[in-house]
Design a protein around this ligand. Structure first.
Ligand SMILES: C[N+](C)(C)CCCC[C@H](N)C(=O)O
Length: 288
């Protein structure tokens, strides 16, 4: 089983993640709190109240965990394609796999990574939603002191299953949309690359960026539900499941609720996934 894909997936994921984290914090706040009037208002208030550091809340854990999550995604995707088409990463340029195979391999990668991602994502969302400014003398202490404390508190208060709160919504969000992610990427690369050649850096950046947008646009409705399920219980409101969360969100806020965070998700998706795919391709060619 080729391991390069796993390592390349890890490094490229980390590069994309740091770049995209400030967007991500604004998104999570907009999706789960109702006090902000929009993206700009949210950014200004985070900056004023919590300084630049406010945008990077909850980042250390995802950076550490992306090693597992992105390597599972890219590693499983690439190895699933190898199983389905019997071609390696390099050979696929000359013999492109069918879109059906790309989609299935992407869905498999998405499905498996969701389980690794679930606890890390839960902790990230809980920390991002703490609005207290960072430790100033006399200020109230936030509920969670950091990622490990957050993980330990959830474990103590809600048991090991508590760490998987929202995991089902996350799996539903990621399985089809990661199929869409890889189809868009491979499709655009194929379109703009002469037969049998490697795509140019510009092509990889643009195809990666649009893959990110296509996948995030389709993922946003379930992303809203996922974030809400992860915050559930902390501030009252108890949803009976994914469907119940959908129905009660729509009843209270209208169908527009599914679009919450769409603009910011897309704005974040382009640069994050452009650099993710660029570093992924180059690492593999370099080791190739
Ligand atoms: C499937 N869904 C759109 C949810 C995620 C796509 C993941 C791609 C990348 N790690 C990123 O954070 O943008």
């Amino acid at each position: 089983m080729p391991v390069e894909e796993f390592v390349a997936g890890w490094i490229s994921g980390a590069v994309g993640l740091v770049l995209g984290h400030p967007f991500d914090t604004v998104k999570v706040r907009l999706q789960t709190q109702t006090t902000y009037r929009g993206i700009a208002d949210c950014m200004v208030r985070i900056y004023r109240h919590e300084s630049l550091l406010g945008f990077f809340k909850g980042m250390s854990f995802p950076v550490a965990s992306i090693a597992v999550v992105n390597s599972v995604l890219f590693g499983v995707y690439s190895n699933a394609l190898l199983l389905l088409t019997a071609t390696s990463h390099q050979e696929r340029r000359a013999q492109p796999p069918s879109y059906m195979h790309i989609f299935l391999a992407g869905c498999t990668g998405g499905f498996l990574q969701a389980y690794f991602l679930a606890p890390f994502d839960l902790i990230k969302v809980r920390l991002q939603n703490q609005t207290e400014p960072r430790a100033q003398p006399g200020s109230p202490r936030p509920r969670y002191q950091g990622p490990m404390h957050c993980a330990a508190s959830i474990f103590q208060e809600e048991g090991p299953r508590g760490l998987f709160r929202g995991a089902w919504a996350l799996t539903l969000r990621d399985t089809p949309t990661l199929g869409i992610y890889f189809i868009t990427y491979e499709g655009l690369c194929h379109q703009y690359t002469p037969e049998g050649q490697n795509p140019s850096s510009a092509t990889v950046l643009v195809a990666g960026g649009f893959a990110g947008i296509a996948s995030w646009v389709t993922a946003t409705p379930l992303d809203v539900i996922k974030s809400r399920m992860q915050m559930d219980g902390l501030r009252g409101k108890v949803y009976r499941g994914v469907l119940d969360c959908m129905v009660s969100s729509v009843r209270q806020e209208g169908v527009g609720v599914f679009l919450r965070g769409l603009t910011i998700n897309s704005a974040r998706a382009f640069p994050v996934n452009a650099v993710t795919f660029l570093s992924y391709e180059y690492l593999l060619r370099w080791w190739g």
